[in-house]
Write a protein that binds this ligand. Sequence first.
Ligand code: ARG
Ligand code: ASP
Length: 722
Amino acid sequence: MKIQKFLLVFLIILTTFQTKADEGMWIPMLLEKYNIADMQEKGFKLTAEDIYSVNQASMKDAVMIFGRGCTGELISNQGLLITNHHCGYGQIQAHSSVEHDYLTNGYWAMSKEQELACPGLNVTFLIRMEDVSTQVLNGVTSEMSEEERQKTIKKNSVEIAKTATAETHYEASIKPFYYGNEYYLFVYEVFNDVRYVGSPPSAIGKFGGDTDNWMWPRHTGDFSLFRIYANQDNQPAEYAADNVPYQPKKYFAIAMDGVKKDDFTMVFGYPYKTEEYLTSYAIQQKLEIDNPHRIKARQKKIDILTLAMNADAKVRIQYAAKHAGISNAWKKWIGESKGLTRMHAVEKKEVLEKRFQEWANSTPENKKKYGSLLPQLKTIYTKLTPYRLAYAYYYEAGVSLDIVSYAGYWEKLITEKKIDTNTVENLKKATTGFYKNYNATTDKKLVTSLLQLYYDNVDANYQPTILLTIKNKYKGHVKAYTDQLYLKSKLVSEEKAMNLLNNFNGSTLKKLEKDPLYLLRQSIVALYDFKIKDSLLVLNNQIDLLQRTYMEGLLAMDKDKLFYPDANQTLRVAYGKVNGYEPIDGVSYKHYTTLEGIIEKDNPEIYDYDVPDQLKTLYNKKDYGQYAENGEVHVCFIASNHTTGGNSGSPVLNANGDLIGVNFDRCWEGTMSDIMYDKDQCRNIALDIRYALFIIDKFAGANHLIKEMSLVRKNPVEIKVE
Ligand code: ARG
Ligand code: ASP
């Protein structure tokens, strides 16, 4: 036993010190300094200036934040962009109805006139970035309280952003790096007229659905196409019918050669959040509190939604995006917990912390700064535990429930007791929007089941008072309570809510204060406001401060090591190579999948695996055009690029900087990469760009779109499309 433990620690130390090939999300403007030599050694043929430059058109001019959370990239000189199907999903859904079901059937604009406006959708390009640490931290002293520090930083940041965008139409944001040890300025250009060009049916774009999500081998044709429009001067503009396709500074050529094992690949996009420098205490908390409870709550939601969606086509459309959202994080957390456990993540961090503590104790100066940091963090995490649990339920079983968040729209009116036409009009809009994707029976089942879970899992002290009412007045029968709620509330049906809004007066307002849905929301919000919020804030502030100092210490302790900053939705470069992996003992995964695998998975009985007939016909006729490699259509491939949420839709580029794929996911065994990367298990999943072209051309007959793109083969020979 002893020897085994010793061996484990030895192994951990060994792997901790090994070079971390392929790990990291790097800052574009620092590639020249830190990464380009390594990238070129690994096969990259271009320069750092080709990736990010403020003097010439560079790759960064072809990469954008798509909507709020995804990445997209330009693939023609007429503003055509590609992103994931799951990134365009909300837009596709918004344009869909039972009669025009673009989710099910796909959609292809056969001319620019047929491209559909997407109000609310925008894309954001990076104009430039700059290290502004000195300016942001100007006036900050070590004696300051955390609040004072934040105030100074905020004040400085506002100034810097103002100066950076003066007399331009640009926007600016300033983000902390390395937990606030550094700050960078980002200047952006935002385009608001973005139109939906096309997407395959879900049976292709979401093939494998939530069953295959986060998994390899994968066969999802996860792409959709949009186009950016600009005004006559090629500048961003609000939607106008006579806007014209945007002519970009740079777009990606498309590589027709495909990928081989060990090829260099690079992912260029907007990763949202990683936490690579957490302590063992934080990881333990994730493993014991956050992940298991949230997984449990979402499991309940998924079970209810799956049944309801399978039983009714309308419900399926209404809840498609909600279901995808709920199940996506649920499955990721399961994979993450397994991965962290398998990697001995907590033990690895403990080894690091032991070394840190020794280093901190080694000089009086270090000791003063870093000596008590880890024990303090440990204490705070212990204090944090009940609040994390309370917060998990407040969110999953409380405020995120559909009707509870809908009731939030009414809050202003009811509390301020002022009826003005504007508020009423906005409420009408919100009501129509909300009820478009609502099914009362399903909603009631969800609320009943989740409130039950809340009741069963959380200490009474951290329950909303409504649960106490359920205990006393309804003898603990949640269903008896929800029966009343849905019967009595004037807000839980579109008809009733609209009726209210059309005949509004002072007395209706008075009555609304007692509306059961409003009371439910109030009790949940009050729980957060009075029992959770302040404590969370105080503890999180303390953690922020200590993590910042810990990070500073880590950087000082391992001076020669190259640290990459955690993802924070700023543009990053990840690079690695095309490679399969071994998920479990005895199993080895190849690095790519083909159309053959789609046919193998075909099962008309199962929604997620119902292959469209037309795709089967193309397969049977081997009608692959120029998109096959040795007689096979490649569908997806995997590589060791370090990616996370937000990287969806990111361009996957080859050594020449040409587009070989569109990133859309990670393999399940590697989803702990947000916290700890394992070069043997972490793989990003990309759609092979040739599969997208095959679908656009052969499946959809939208050849005019292919003609817009530039397809290249090695030593680049332009391919002409007749
Ligand atoms: N797992 C991928 C990412 O996190 C894709 C999610 C969308 N697909 C789905 N079946 N829900 O976002
Ligand atoms: N599927 C993720 C996204 O939507 C990517 C990932 O988490 O790997 O951004």
